[in-house]
Design a protein around this ligand. Sequence first.
Ligand SMILES: *[C@@H]1O[C@H](CO)[C@@H](O)[C@H](O)[C@H]1NC(C)=O
Ligand SMILES: *[C@@H]1O[C@H](CO)[C@@H](O)[C@H](O)[C@H]1NC(C)=O
Ligand SMILES: *[C@@H]1O[C@H](CO)[C@@H](O)[C@H](O)[C@H]1NC(C)=O
Length: 331
Amino acid sequence: MGGAARLSAPRALVLWAAPLFPAHIGPAPDPEDWWSYKDNLQGNFVPGPPFWGLVNAAWSLCAVGKRQSPVDVELKRVLYDPFLPPLRLSTGGEKLRGTLYNTGRHVSFLPAPRPVVNVSGGPLLYSHRLSELRLLFGARDGAGSEHQINHQGFSAEVQLIHFNQELYGNLSAASRGPNGLAILSLFVNVAGSSNPFLSRLLNRDTITRISYKNDAYFLQDLSLELLFPESFGFITYQGSLSTPPCSETVTWILIDRALNITSLQVTLCIPQPPFPSLSSLAGNSRKLLSQNPPSQIFQSLSGNGRDPRHPERRCRGPNYRLHVDGAPHGR
Ligand SMILES: *[C@@H]1O[C@H](CO)[C@@H](O)[C@H](O)[C@H]1NC(C)=O
Ligand SMILES: *[C@@H]1O[C@H](CO)[C@@H](O)[C@H](O)[C@H]1NC(C)=O
Ligand SMILES: *[C@@H]1O[C@H](CO)[C@@H](O)[C@H](O)[C@H]1NC(C)=O
């Protein structure tokens, strides 16, 4: 069943895409950058997730890989592993600084080269260095995370992307090699309180400075520790990049306690009601952020994730391990 579904996709592309490609007008697309989350952008064909693996030979894992991310984790299939050590986050006691950046696909925070932030422990056998913090959010509350837990999405997902600094010199080399990457994911709900680290990134002052693609804004004095819940467990599995080239070199670590962001700043900031999602800071951000440069139409940056509901992306028991740290709680 699953195999058949997978095989039909490549044929569909060949038939469907061939007449479209010659119709592309404008500069030839950069093949490394020629993908999107939605198949069609402004009339030009830009391949969405079902086509990533078919348009570029270097991305074939996106179509045929068997450890593809994200996934919808079914908790009843998760095994508790009492031997997993806790995760260790190490900032050397220094404050983080770096650039908040609208990549056209995500809101990313790129830390400056110093200080280095390391993560180790948990399922990680090597020390990994933080390379990017990426924010994914949806067009409505409760949808927007890439990963799901028991078919349930969250309003946003924060992904901390690290590379194995003991084996590799940089992110791109690590993303192609075994044990290359570690991505910590934190889920985000809209609620009455706000995570202090996310508030520094997501407020009207910062977001309006990165409204358009390639806009960047420098931030400093950030305490990364504040991003994390006081105590947490995690679910870990071996998966892939959730963007092309979909390399299956990622140890994912999903933190089991969601963060909150609030509505408070939003109602103060947005002058023109009514917005359907005025109640959330995420709602604010997605109204202000465009995938495009200012010369092009405003296209909301929301919905910037890969769908976990894919037949090949069901969790299989032993791949998923749970670590519980700190106060006891219902798994
Ligand atoms: C991060 O890891 C590297 C390599 O293992 C090490 O040299 C450095 O001191 C670590 N930095 C911190 C802040 O722990
Ligand atoms: C990353 O590391 C590889 C291998 O060490 C090297 O060839 C490549 O030039 C590096 N890339 C960047 C962007 O520094
Ligand atoms: C998030 O908000 C919920 C509901 O308001 C609350 O129960 C929970 O403790 C909050 N979590 C954090 C980490 O503040």
